[in-house]
Design a binder for this molecule. Structure first.
Ligand SMILES: [Zn+2]
Length: 351
């Protein structure tokens, strides 16, 4: 049964601060006492909230029951398919991990191969969490858009097939959009921003007014396939010399290490690659008039060295007076899985 707006408001309050009494919830949620009492009771009956520990004294000197989110309901499965690894996570609304596992990603020749692999992951996860007494409310799955080379990923067909087989809702989306949705939902993030990730390729999540822009066919943000190097290496998309053939974790990691130890040639390669990325970011900023950019790379603290050349190239490329802010953070791969589970958990929250 779908939750009402006010029920979702209560779960959102408890996700931010817990435990809360009925009076706390009335005060924060802008809903009347009678409504809060009725809804808390309903949420408790459905197993979404639980009385939490001891009673405490309220201002009138009376004790009041306090409530917290259930640690086990709703539980959502998040799966992140990367080219090398597939990570799986079961999360609750308190962002606690209830189960996790990881596998090597096999080579997929067709979307049907991917469906079989995902179906197997889902069945395993359902069996595992059932042994912990958990029921999954749904699965969110992040998949790279060039998993099958030139062919796009049929996100909707995959989701529908898996939902039919598993019997619960399944959402499949581009994994960078899962990542960006999770970042954008964090506190104090700008409402419009570009979330750029560097792993085995480059991904960009375009956040406009708090929403992720999907694009006409769900392929927005593909700057990784901007032409960057003449006669460059073959890219997984079928072209040659794409930006992500030079800007990727594997090409950059060794050079960054060598550059830190004073190797000038290595620094030149890093700097050239980062400048190409800076130019591509500048193009997106100008086209979309988005001025806040967060770059996340699976390169740890070393990746901070990319920031200066990215910044310089972007400054050279934008119009005079176009102010912008680009920051760097080490990429935590868990955010992809978290974002994938968030695709399901968002239905229980009110933002
Ligand atoms: Zn490409």
């Amino acid at each position: 049964m779908a939750l009402t707006e006010n029920e979702r408001r209560i779960l959102s309050q408890l996700a931010l601060a817990s435990p809360l009494s009925k009076r706390d919830i009335t005060g924060r949620g802008g809903m009347g006492w009678a409504t809060a009492v009725k809804l808390i009771t309903r949420l408790e009956e459905q197993g979404y909230v639980v009385p939490y520990g001891n009673e405490r004294q309220n201002q009138a000197g009376k004790s009041a029951t306090v409530y917290a989110l259930s640690p086990t309901k709703p539980a959502a499965l998040g799966i992140d398919i990367e080219y090398v690894r597939a990570r799986l996570n079961v999360r609750n609304l308190s962002n606690e991990c209830l189960f996790e596992s990881e596998r090597a990603t096999p080579q997929f020749a067709t979307p049907d191969d991917l469906i079989e692999f995902l179906d197997q992951l889902l069945c395993d996860a359902v069996a595992r969490v059932a042994r912990q007494g958990l029921t999954l409310e749904g699965a969110g799955i992040g998949v790279p858009s060039h998993l099958f080379g030139r062919e796009g990923v049929p996100y909707i067909r995959i989701a529908e097939t898996l939902a039919l087989r598993s019997g619960f809702p399944v959402t499949v989306d581009n994994n960078i959009r899962c990542f960006a949705a999770c970042i954008a939902s964090q506190e104090k993030m700008p409402v419009s921003m570009l979330v750029v990730t560097i792993r085995s390729g480059i991904g960009v999540g375009i956040v406009i007014d708090g929403k992720i822009y999907q694009g006409e066919r769900g392929c927005s943000g593909e700057i990784g396939h901007f032409p960057a190097v003449q006669n460059g290496a073959r890219c997984r998309c079928g072209k040659t010399g794409c930006l992500e053939t030079v800007v990727n974790r594997d090409s950059l990691a060794n050079d960054l290490e060598a550059a830190r130890n004073g190797n000038k040639e290595a620094w030149q390669r890093v700097s050239d690659a980062a400048r190409m990325l800076g130019k591509a970011i500048a193009s997106m900023m100008l086209v979309l008039d988005i001025r806040r950019v967060a770059v996340y790379a699976e390169l740890g603290e070393l990746g901070k060295m990319l920031l200066d050349p990215i910044q310089q190239a972007a400054e050279e490329a934008v119009n005079p007076g176009f102010d912008f802010d680009i920051r760097y953070e080490a990429l935590d791969a868990e955010v992809y899985v978290l974002g994938a589970a968030q695709l399901v958990l968002d239905a229980f929250l009110w933002r």
